[in-house]
Every structure is written in C-alpha cells, then in structure tokens.
Design a protein around this ligand. Structure first.
Ligand code: URP
Ligand code: ZN
Ligand code: ZN
Length: 462
C-alpha cells in the first residue's frame, strides 16, 4: 500500500486559540499528524513558512448561498461562494438551509444537499432555518438532527416572511433541547420594525436610511432579552446570530453570569462599518442594508470588547450576497423591499487580521479563537475543524504579515458587483490555503479542481 503524501509546513508561527508558537506542521494525506520541531521528515514536500503565520482553516458558521430570500436569490451559489470562502482562508462554512413556503423541513435539507453536493470546493455543513412552521413541523426535527445538522435557526423578525411568535419559539427551544440541537436566534422585534416601517413610509421617507430608522438598537436588545427569558423557561441553550449592540452583549453577559448556556456571534460588518453608511447619497446606501443594521461607534466598540471578554465567542460573515444592480434595486421605491444582506465570506479572516489584530483590537490567538476554533466548537465541528492538532483535518492557511491586500469588487471571488469594503487597504496577505492537505489557493488564486468539498455531519453538542 502506498504511503499518504506528506507535507511539512516548516518554521512558521503556528497560531492556535491558546497561543502562538514557532513550530512545524506535518500533514499526511488529509490529516495533521504532528506539530512541533520536526526536522528531516523523509519524503515530505516542504512548505517554507518562515516569517509566516500558520493558521487553522477558518470556519464561517453563517452563510446564505443559493438562497431564495426577499423576492430574489443570493448571488453566490455553492461553487462561487465556496471559492470565495477558500480565497479568504475559510475552509469550512455552515450554510443556512432556508425553508421555503410549503416545504417540509427534511425536503429543505435535501434541497440544500443537492445545491452543494459535488459543487462546493470547501467543506460545508448545514443549519436548518425555519420560515414556515407547518402543523407537525416539530415532529420532523429528529430527522434534521439525524441528518447531521443539529442546529435550527428561528426568526423573531421578518414579519409575514419567516417570523415565529413567542409560543412557537418556546416550542422550538423545548423540542431542540430535548434532541441536543442548538437554536440560533435572529433577535429583532419584528412587530415594532413593521410598525415603525409603516410610520416612516407614511412620512414619505422611502430610501435606505429608513432601514436604520426602523431598527433602532432597542429592537435588538428587547428581542434578545425576551428570547433569553423564553429560553430560561424552556431550559434550553441559545446561540444568538449577528449581534450588533452593546445592549445585547450586556444581556448575554448577565445570562452567562447566571450560568445559563447563552452564546452568540457578531459579524465583520458590525465590527468595522458604521451607520454613517446609510447617509450615502442616492440609493448607494442600499449596499449596507443588512439586518440588524450597522450601528454607531459605541456599539462597535462594545462588540470588540465582548469578543475579547468571550461574552460573544464567534465572528461570522453572515455572507448573504446580492448584486446592487437588479437585486438591491428591488427596493428602490421602498426600503422595506431591499433584500437584506451583503457579501462578506471572502474578507472575514483578512479583515479580522488586518483591522483587528494589526489595529490592536484583538490578539492573534484571539483572532483564531473567534474565527476558527470557537465557531467549530459551537457547532460540533471541533477538533476535526478549527485547530491545528494531530488528528485534525489538514485545513491550513499561511498568511504573510508583511503583505497587504486591497479589497475590491473587481478582483473579488464573491459573485457580487460590490463589496461593502470597497478599496479598504488590509495589512497581511494570504499566501496559501490547503483544504484537507490539498493546495487550493495560491496567492489569491483558486487552483483546486471542481467539487472537492465534503459535507461534514455534526453531532449534537448540547
Ligand atoms: O441581513 C441579513 N442578515 N440577511 C441574511 C438573513 C439573516 O437574517 O441572516
Ligand atoms: Zn438573521
Ligand atoms: Zn444570516
């Protein structure tokens, strides 16, 4: 029997969530087999990582690929979205299988397997997003868990599209916690947003600034506190997606202080972009219509603090890409019809390094914790993913701290005609990405073959 191909990343600074060390990383086939001082490994192809940072492949637990939403479909499918992910150092993503009206939950999951199978070039897994709770939908949850997708997203916003009421939220929490599935909550008060929307439009204000005006911070904070109270009653854990406010971080801190299993994520855009974007002239601000909206400087600072403290454990991209032309434009006459979301999977890790670590907002190991290790732990992918340990998948990113990147729509892999970070100059440059031992990105260029990503089934973690 022939021996598995060997690769040796030698002499780099290996960054893990618990520290940085000068070490070599040996890969045999698809797996890391040793980390340490490993001179003279016979037959190993050497990758000279001197002067480089060697990171675990990043894990993005919040993407929306090929997803029908708000009257259109997200502009990246599992081919283009996964190439963009790899180009940005993300070797594993967890996509939201988004239930369509009239669909049973197992059908939704099957549809997502079909979208991704033999198409994705990165490894992937699924959450199940409930948008249409039909009679008996809870009885189908065990099938979702058995599929290897033990995490459910529910919405407290998007009234008339996906919003559940408090009773339904309680039911999902009870049923999920019995099954060991994690519930991911989109916490915004949909009733208030709806009422504010009617009020603002009645004054004749229909442009994108209305998105900000109708989703003030309290609409998130109230929903987070209500969801925590309902989770207490249901005795269930909760993972809050895309948190944007200091008030929400405070609510999580209080619940954690009480010993409750309450966790959450924020996103790259809530850390780095501000609500001043909604004052751009004309319809340009539609590019920044994401939910919750971008916030002010104090909330941004609170997000960085919550990450460092560990109150918020994860940074995701909430990659929900649309094109400005033809898609964002659907809301030209009414901001409530602008598809919510923006591209981001490609730039999450580079921005966290360039504008997090290099701007002294995060330590290197904290970056790996929030972008790689903790997302993998939160959703049952660790230690296969999110770490550089013997036995882990050989998902490896080599980052050159002396390089730099300029983010531009014209050069990105994400299939969108814009990026919210247009012309941002980002210190650091990804030199190479390996997915389970295969070299798939070289200096920004995807060099892998078609398909090649694999579904990673997850076990319940709670
Ligand atoms: O604006 C956002 N977040 N779009 C994606 C859908 C969601 O709520 O995550
Ligand atoms: Zn959401
Ligand atoms: Zn999302």
């Amino acid at each position: 029997m022939s021996r598995a191909r060997r690769l040796l990343f030698s002499g780099g600074s290996v960054v893990e969530a618990d520290g940085v060390s000068r070490a070599d990383v040996l890969v045999e086939g698809e797996t890391i087999t040793a980390v340490g001082t490993l001179a003279d490994i016979a037959d190993a192809e050497q990758i000279d990582a001197r002067g480089m940072l060697v990171l675990p492949g990043a894990v993005d637990v919040h993407t929306h690929l090929d997803t029908p939403f708000m009257g259109t479909v997200t502009s990246d499918d599992h081919i283009t979205g996964s190439i963009a992910a790899l180009a940005g150092g993300t070797t594993t993503y967890v996509d939201f299988a988004f239930q369509q009206p009239g669909e049973r939950l197992p059908e939704t999951l099957e549809a997502w397997h079909t979208k991704a199978r033999n198409r994705s070039v990165a490894d992937y897994s699924f959450h199940l997003a409930i948008a249409d709770p039909y009679d008996g939908f809870l009885d189908d949850l065990p099938i979702v868990v058995a599929d290897g997708s033990p995490s459910i997203k529910v919405f407290m916003a998007y009234k008339g599209l996906a919003m559940l009421d408090d009773g339904q939220l309680y039911d999902v929490l009870r049923a999920s916690s019995r099954l060991g599935a994690n519930v991911c909550i989109h916490a915004e008060n949909g009733h208030l947003i709806d009422a504010l929307g009617r009020e603002v439009v009645a004054t004749g204000r229909t442009g994108p600034l209305g998105h900000l005006l109708t989703r003030p911070p309290m609409t998130e904070v109230e929903a987070v506190r209500r969801a925590i109270a309902i989770a207490d009653l249901a005795d269930a854990p909760v993972y809050f997606v895309h948190l944007s406010t200091g008030g929400a971080a405070q609510a999580l801190a209080e619940a954690q202080e009480r010993g409750r299993p309450i966790s959450g994520e924020t996103c790259t855009h809530y850390l780095l972009l501000g609500d001043d974007e909604y004052h751009r002239p004309g319809f340009e601000a539609a590019k920044y219509v994401v939910s919750p909206p971008l916030r002010g400087v104090d909330d941004r600072a609170a997000m960085w603090r919550a990450l460092r403290a560990g109150t918020i454990g994860v940074v995701s991209s909430d990659h929900c890409p649309f094109c400005f032309a033809g898609q964002k434009e659907l809301g030209h006459d009414d901001f409530r019809k602008i598809p919510n979301g923006a591209p981001g999977v490609e730039h999450r890790l580079p921005l966290l390094y360039g504008h997090g670590v290099r701007a002294k907002r995060l330590e290197l190991s904290e970056m790996v914790r929030v972008a790689c290790t903790e997302p993998a732990k939160a959703f049952g992918l660790h230690p296969r993913k999110g770490t550089l340990r013997p036995g882990s998948d050989a998902d490896v990113v080599v980052l050159d701290p002396d390089g730099s990147t300029v983010v531009m729509a014209s050069t990105q892999h994400q299939r969108s005609d814009y990026t919210p970070f247009e012309r941002w100059s980002v210190p650091g440059r990804i030199r190479g990405v390996w997915r389970r031992g295969e070299h798939v990105v070289d200096r920004g260029r995807f060099i892998g073959g078609a398909g090649g990503g694999t579904f990673v089934p997850r076990r319940p973690v709670t």
